[in-house]
Design a protein around this ligand. Structure first.
Ligand code: NDP
Length: 284
């Protein structure tokens, strides 16, 4: 059994992104990411802080726009529109979830597709479905990089995805399909889940339930990717996969933490730098 070390792979990718940042700066462009945080959800605050720190570490300019919980939707949309216009901002990210009175779909659709480095806007999702060039959503894109760096073959493999959310499960299956996997989606209405997950050569868990995937769900020799981020009773981070049970069966497995988590931010940095490079080549 091999552990897929997302921290190490993420670090390697970040080093190559940092080199691209230097090249951009030599040509007078500093990549810029704007992060909008509405309200004071503690988890969101931590995520945003980590994203900013990661930007700073590799020389990306990051600007935090912190708005109060009772911000009106129209005001948030105005902020996005002005960021869409700004030359020094190449990526815009709105930290989710948003307060209930704000329409998330409307907000995401307002981000210019050229700056949608999260890859959540309808234009980005549409392009991804069509296999056209676009910003891919960071978590599934990060999983694809983990598989690539680990040298795991995808073509012809049966990939089973547990979860079908717009940000993880759904795009995950699409990206694997584009690399010629045979993909099965499962979700909360799926009957007899273990009989399906047991067929997986590549099993991706994106459920949001601690230790949900146990040895009953896994075929010996499977590659197991754990996207889940949960907290146990001691506030310790744990995944959706029961690691101790499943590591004995899997050929490869991602731990939590230091698995998929570091890849999500890595791909956000990747998309932001790519956007800055595109702007530079268009301006030339
Ligand atoms: P959602 O809650 O949006 O989606 C969960 C999915 O799991 C849904 O599709 C749901 O099915 C499915 N599900 C729930 N219960 C079952 C069940 N009993 N059997 C089968 N499927 C089930 O979560 P997200 O996709 O946003 O996130 C999933 C996990 O990944 C979370 O732990 C989250 O914290 C983590 N995450 C980690 C990231 C990272 O960087 N590593 C980034 C983003 C998320 P249905 O659609 O039918 O409701």
């Amino acid at each position: 059994m091999a552990i897929i070390n997302g921290k190490e792979i993420g670090q390697k990718i970040r080093e190559s992104i940092a080199e691209r940042v230097v090249q951009l700066k030599n040509q007078g462009v500093t990549p810029g990411l704007a992060v909008i945080l509405v309200g004071d959800n503690p988890a969101s605050q931590t995520y945003v802080r980590n994203k900013q720190k990661s930007c700073e570490a590799i020389g990306i300019f990051s600007e935090l726009i912190k708005l109060p919980e009772d911000t009106k939707e129209a005001e948030l949309l105005e902020h996005i529109q002005s960021l869409n216009e700004r030359k020094d901002i190449h990526g815009i990210l709105v930290q989710l979830p948003l307060p209930k009175h704000i329409d998330e779909n409307k907000v995401i659709a307002t981000i210019s597709p050229e700056k949608d480095v999260d890859g959540f806007s309808p234009v980005s999702v549409g392009k991804m479905m069509l296999g056209q060039e676009t910003y891919l959503p960071c978590t599934p894109y990060g999983v694809m990089k983990l598989l690539e760096y680990t040298g795991i073959e995808i073509a012809g493999k049966h990939a089973v995805i547990v979860g079908r959310s717009h940000i993880v499960g759904n795009p995950m299956g699409q990206l694997l399909l584009q690399k010629d996997a045979t993909v099965t989606y499962t979700h909360s209405k799926t009957k007899d889940l273990p009989s399906i997950t047991k067929q997986a050569d590549i099993l991706v868990a994106a459920v949001g339930r601690p230790n949900f995937i146990t040895k009953e769900h896994v075929k010996p020799g499977a590659v197991v990717i754990d996207v889940g981020i949960n907290r146990d009773e001691n506030n310790k981070l744990i995944g959706d996969v029961h690691f101790e049970e499943v590591e004995k069966l899997a050929s490869h497995i991602t731990p939590v933490p230091r698995g998929v988590g570091p890849m999500t931010i890595t791909m956000l940095l990747f998309n932001t730098v790519q956007s800055a490079e595109k702007t530079l080549s268009q301006d030339k």
